[in-house]
Design a protein around this ligand. Structure first.
Ligand code: PLP
Length: 377
């Protein structure tokens, strides 16, 4: 069967079509409307937080989170180095400086011991430490049992970048609910999508109100165009919120499909020496992207070689995120680096994981990987 197989393509169909058509016909083709309100309360309920503010990207949700916490040019924010670049960019948007922290070599999530080391070193810097921004990498929650007490003891708020983690659970709590503020992404490649969108989550009514105000151009409710400060045009379209509501309804089936796909890869690689699945121990993650980590001395091949082979067969496979401390905009940024993120970047490969993949497409991916392995036996 021909055609490109993507890593995580949007999984949208008839239900989404029906929802968007109904929203269009209702006349609410605007960045306000009943679907936005309902989407917010449905997501808040599902995650178990008091307030949700729908916005047009996960990046916007993170940006608003930092603004609502009053973070600005006098501040530093701890950011994992192994994450998507948006996590650090929002720190710069508010004029603060990121401090990059390396990861646990096993999970890829931020190493809580390094965070502890940095928060106890406070006071030696011109900029005050204003937040820890934790990322649930590839949908697996950070070890909050360790991280939360460290933040609490230091009096530093935790912001949870759960952009990739919708549907994940840790210690019985949903991803997105661990920080003073959390953020979800509904980008096209995520577990559920609004094509582009995000959600700010919090139990704090004042933070939610502040974020909502800033997201709506900081407009004061009045007949005049009255704005108290510089705001942002960050609200989510009602049409896209309608898509999100359809996706929420389908979330259980989409999550179990991702889990099924991960279990399939686990079986495929079970007897292959030198291969492990990142986050394999996490039984309550959302399996957003299944990623293998290759010990090339044992395997006899590299992650890069398998990635290139799959690409040759029109199958998308990508390395893990390039550690942010290696990127040009962050060349001079402060950091506490052990080398773990760089090793994962060199040895990891994310495989097609989208819930939209058919059995035939999964078979094609498995068949191609099996052929690659056979040729190297
Ligand atoms: C960890 C992480 N943070 C933030 C974002 C930004 O979300 P968005 O693309 O919706 O702006 C993404 C994904 O795109 C992400 O993976």
């Amino acid at each position: 069967m021909a055609g490109r197989i993507c890593l995580s393509a949007p999984d949208v169909g008839q239900l989404e079509e029906a929802h968007v058509l109904a929203a269009m016909r209702s006349g609410w083709a605007a960045p306000v409307g009943p679907d936005v309100d309902a989407f917010e309360s449905e997501v808040a309920q599902r995650v178990g937080v008091a307030h949700a503010v729908a916005v047009n990207s996960g990046t916007a949700a993170l940006h608003l989170a930092l603004l609502a916490l009053g973070i600005g040019p006098r501040h530093r924010v701890l950011v994992p180095t192994l994450t998507f670049v948006a996590t650090a960019n929002v720190v710069r948007y508010v004029g603060a400086e990121p401090v990059f922290v390396d990861c646990d070599p096993h999970t890829g999530n931020v190493d809580a011991r390094l965070v502890a080391e940095l928060v106890t070193k406070r006071g030696h810097h011109a900029r005050e430490l204003a937040a820890v921004l934790a990322v649930d990498l590839y949908g697996s929650c950070v070890e909050y049992r360790s991280l939360l007490p460290i933040c609490e003891a230091a009096g530093v708020p935790l912001v949870e970048d759960a952009a990739e983690a919708f549907g994940s659970v840790y210690d019985g709590r949903a991803a997105g609910s661990f920080g003073r503020v959390g953020a979800l992404s509904f980008n096209g490649n995520k577990i559920i999508t609004t094509s582009g969108g995000g959600m700010l989550l919090t139990d704090d009514a004042a933070i939610a109100a502040r974020a909502r105000h800033l997201a709506g151009q900081a407009r004061v409710p009045s007949r005049q165009f009255d704005h108290t400060e510089v705001g942002y045009n960050y609200r989510l379209s009602n049409l896209l919120a309608a898509v999100g509501r359809a996706q929420l309804r389908r979330a259980p089936e989409m999550l179990s499909r991702r889990r099924e796909i991960r279990d399939g890869y686990a079986k495929l690689f079970a007897a292959v020496p030198g291969i492990r699945l990142l986050g394999a121990e996490d039984k309550h993650g959302n399996c957003w992207l299944t990623t293998i980590v290759v010990d090339s001395r044992l395997a006899g091949w590299t992650a890069g070689a398998l990635g290139a082979y799959l690409e040759l067969h029109d199958i998308e496979a990508r390395p893990l995120f390039k550690p942010l401390h290696l990127l040009a905009p962050y060349a001079g940024a402060d950091r506490l680096i052990t080398g773990s993120a760089e090793r994962l970047f060199d040895t990891g490969l994310a495989l097609p994981s989208g819930s939209v993949l058919s059995d035939e497409q999964i078979d094609r991916v498995h068949g191609t990987i099996s052929k690659f392995l056979e040729d190297r036996r």
